[in-house]
Structure formats: C-alpha cells, structure tokens
Design a protein around this ligand. Sequence first.
Ligand SMILES: [Mn+2]
Length: 384
Amino acid sequence: MKLMHISDLHIGKRVNEFSMIEDQRFILEQMIEIAINEKVDGILIAGDIYDKSQPSSEAVLLLDYFLTSLTDLDIPVFVISGNHDSPERLNFGSKLLHKNKLYITSMFHGTLESFELTDEYGAIRIYLLPFLKPAMLRPFFAEPIDTYDEAIKKVIQTTSVDTSKRNILLAHQFIINGSIQPERSDSENISVGGLDQIDASAFKDFDYVALGHLHGPQKIGRDTIRYSGSPLKYSFSEVHQKKSVVVLEIKNKGEITTNLIPLTPKHDMRKIKGPIEELIALGKADAKGMYDYIYATLTNEEELYDAIGQLRAVYPNIMGLDYENSKTQTAATTSINYDLSALSIRSPLTLFSEFYKMQNNSELAKEQEELMEDIFLQSGENSL
Ligand SMILES: [Mn+2]
C-alpha cells in the first residue's frame, strides 16, 4: 500500500501581506498530480489545514476543490486538525463525508478514532489524533494531566492498539527525540519553555507516524516518524528547505519505505544580497526569478533613495530589505564605555560626534560638524 503524507497547508495564509492563495492552488494541484502518478491508495493530512480558525471564503473554496478532486479519484483522505484550525468548524459534515472516504477528525472525544484500509497483506489501521492540549483531556480523565507529553501518552494508552497489525498515526504536535531538538522555522508557533514537547517514545506502537506542526521536512529519530513539512516556504527562515511530500510504501509489518517527492512552487522564496545596481541587473536578466518572493540585503555604503521602490520595479513580489555595510556591521558590536560622571563636562557637540561615530562607524564630516554647531548655538547652548 502506498500513502501520501502532507501537512501544514495553511490555506489562506498571507506572508508579509502577500496572499498565498494562488501559490497554494498551484502546489495543491501538484500534489494531486503526484497522488495520481504515484498511484497512492490514501492521503494523510496531518493538521493546519487552514491558517486561521475563521478561514476566508477563498480559502474554504480552495480546500473544497482539493478534497473534492482527491475523493473524485476515489482516494481515501484522512485529515486531522492542527493548532491553527478550529476543531468545530473543520468538523462540519465529517460523518456525512465518510461515505465519500473523507475522514476528518478534528474533535477529541476521549479515545483515538481509527479507520481501516486493507491490501494484500491484510489490514492497516489509521489512527487520527487531532491537535490536543492537556486541558482538553480534563473532561475524560479523573487524574490531573499537566504536560503535553503526559496527555499524548495517556490518550495512546487508553486506546488499545493491536500491535500485531500494521498501525499508522496522524498527529499534530511538537515531537522530540530524547535530547535532540528538531529544526524549527519562524512560521511555526513557538511555545515558550518547551512545554509542548512530546518524546517520540510515545509512538512505539505505530509503524508510521505522519506528523504535522514543524514546517521543515524531517524525521524524528527513526525514519518512520516524520514531519512532511509545509508545502510552501512560509517564512524567510525556510529559504534553504526543500519542500516535499512523503510517499510511504507499506508491505508486511515493519516493511516500510519512505520516499520524498520534491514540490516546485509557482514562486520561490529567497534572499538576495549585493549592491542595488547588481541586484537590479540580476533581476532583469531572470524573467522567471524576478517574480519570486524576495528579501534583499543591500551592501551599498550609503542610504539609497526609495530602495524598495527601485527594487519593486524589477522584483514585483519583494517582501523586505535591509542593509549590510560597514555601518550596520559595526553598529551592533561597538559600544562606548561612558564614564557617566564625565558626561556633564563634555560639550553637546562632542557627545553628538561620539554618538554619530557609534551609529555610523565614521567621523562627522566638516560641514556636518559646522551644521550641528549652528544648531546647538541656535538652541541656546553656549558651552561648545
Ligand atoms: Mn503549521
């Protein structure tokens, strides 16, 4: 049996005020093609379907198109909610949709919901664990459960998993492998203090764990506990990630191979760096790349007039810029050790000159110094 594992679609997301909806439509169509070409027997979607608990109408339409396309192909689809989804809204019609082999579990009712697929090797049980916080277990268990780790272990314990069969789990949580921390990205919600960490040992009963939450594709410990990652780069901390889907093939129990199939975005997200003239020339020579989502770092020594406007004329989807030159490099590391008691005996012009040097790593020019001297004199400061 072949299954495709994806997650963190974040349909409807905006990145730096740019709508991603057309990029998402493009990448979802690519996933449908992969599902067809690979002849997969099921799709696992591990949470963060939408970006917001109240998704926009265009986001709802796009998800509807995606799920309908897959079920029209008669491919069973298994969906759990992530921390970005509203459990109640995603749950709408979920029982009705079982008829069309669309299995959405977004609400927790005390035990793990599961469904069965069969192939020539027998049954495969697919367990759906929607995003959970410890507090959400209170109605179901008498004893106090304070941590995410306890919560997930408790839920799995109370679900009798038949370990003689092949078992798959979908989960949307932050999983660590002992003391090894996974790779994080800026587009994920980060909880302070690591309270949300769950050790991968919780999943020993499952042959494959299809994870969502972290946006970089990666395995956690063994090859068969995996984050598929988001299908698109949703922050500039992800520019080096290769986005992909996981296609796993399961034969007999314990016989699982995973294959990462790369995704090609409509627009890449990347960082560029150099003097503005060079970046403009590069953009003009790159008819496709000029439409990428760009973060530019300018190495020009002087502040440029309307640099973002100049770049936007060539890179219409530029999302941000900063400068890296002798001023910015030294500003962060230079500090002047002031003797506060001596401040009062320094003239304002001396103090300003020192401040200017600290900020810009260069001395005031003669005419700048004269201008400041004038200003201090006019403001009634006589002790220059
Ligand atoms: Mn996410």
